[in-house]
Design a protein around this ligand. Sequence first.
Ligand code: TMP
Length: 229
Amino acid sequence: MTVSGHWGSSTSFDERHPSLGLFITFEGIDGSGKSTLAGSVFRKLAERLGTDRMVMTHEPGGWDGGEVLRETLIGGDLKSVLTETLLFLADRAEHVERVIRPGLGAGKVILCERYSDSTLAYQVFGKSFPRGVVEEISAGGRFPRPDLTFWLDVPVRVALGRIVARKGKPDRFEKDGPLLERIRLGYGTLCHEEPERVKRMDGTNDPGDLADTMVSSIMALLMKKGGWR
Ligand code: TMP
């Protein structure tokens, strides 16, 4: 599943972080089940590593004070994709400086729901915002690159069915089926570009099995990095 065209095909634009910590992100279209899975991966990992060693966070709004930006981005009615993209990146800049970078520096295992791949999938692939602008700003913020990204892939039809079952109605990002299709294809492209980092998980599989597979991959990476202590 690959999208080619004017978005370019460079690999990740952000930095590899040198710390012993581990930076894991969860990605996917709305209704892919990533929040539920991130929660169960957190609980399973915490049994092995202890909660002190772990940080569970999310974007947008995963920092003290970030709720205002989250509300503007999700509940608001922004007309410009430029405003939207810049606010997601601004939110990320605060999140990186306040939560992610300090956490990695302290050797923590960070589980983060949504990160840079969301901006590429939603704003760049979904809404045709220029990729180069996102990459330049991300480089300017020295956003650390995730060690591992789980892309929960589900068909749009399945995702929309789950959203309606959960909330009764989809929100402004979620109600646009063709947009979600472009976003899903965008994730496919990111996975194709960086197969070592972005792991596609079939989000229609049993959630317990998916969580076990994710925990095994994270533990393997932690051992490889020498961060198992
Ligand atoms: P969620 O926290 O429930 O996943 O909702 C976040 C929404 O924001 C979701 O529709 C995806 C969207 N989003 C973007 O469009 N770009 C981004 O960079 C991020 C982090 C999220």
